[in-house]
Design a protein around this ligand. Structure first.
Ligand code: FES
Length: 155
């Protein structure tokens, strides 16, 4: 089965906006990531072609800065803390519960790209352990079933 080609049309406008700005690598990558949700290989190659900036330089910048993603992410990002305090208070159960109920592994996304899950190590609020952060919302002293219920309510 053929994989449909990616629609790179959003790049036309971005490249046009920066055509007179030499070395605007970061803003170009930021705009491209806004357009696609991540930086697909095809987009990086098209940016390279359109700007004359080498693909290796673009990859170098994209991998250096934590703000850039080279893989597609789900619409909702679930960060589960597995720092010491959260680990002791059951973070592993939360991770397992999410894996099972929503079909998403740590560091990955579900097949529909609704959720992505990341494991983080201490969010600086150990008194609220175990903690998960969904998009920008903090769930303190949470437990697996309650968190999953909240996640399933998301669009
Ligand atoms: S260990 Fe989870 S907030 Fe500190």
């Amino acid at each position: 089965m053929a994989v449909p080609a990616m629609d790179l049309a959003p790049l036309d406008r971005i490249l046009e906006d920066f055509k007179d700005q030499k070395g605007a690598v970061i803003p170009i990558l930021q705009r491209a990531q806004e357009a696609f949700g991540y930086l697909p290989r095809e987009a990086l190659l098209a940016i390279s072609k359109g700007t004359g900036i080498s693909a290796s330089r673009l990859y170098g910048v994209a991998t250096f800065y934590a703000q850039f993603r080279l893989t597609r992410r789900g619409r909702h990002l679930v960060k589960v803390c597995d720092g010491t305090a959260c680990h002791v208070r059951g973070a592993a159960k939360i991770v397992e519960g999410i894996e099972e109920a929503l079909n998403v592994k740590p560091g990955g996304s579900d097949p529909d790209f609704k959720y992505s899950m990341e494991i983080v190590y201490c969010l600086g609020s150990c008194g609220l352990a175990p903690i998960a952060v969904v998009d920008d919302k903090v769930y303190g002293q949470t437990e697996s079933a309650a968190l999953i219920e909240q996640l399933q309510k998301l669009e």
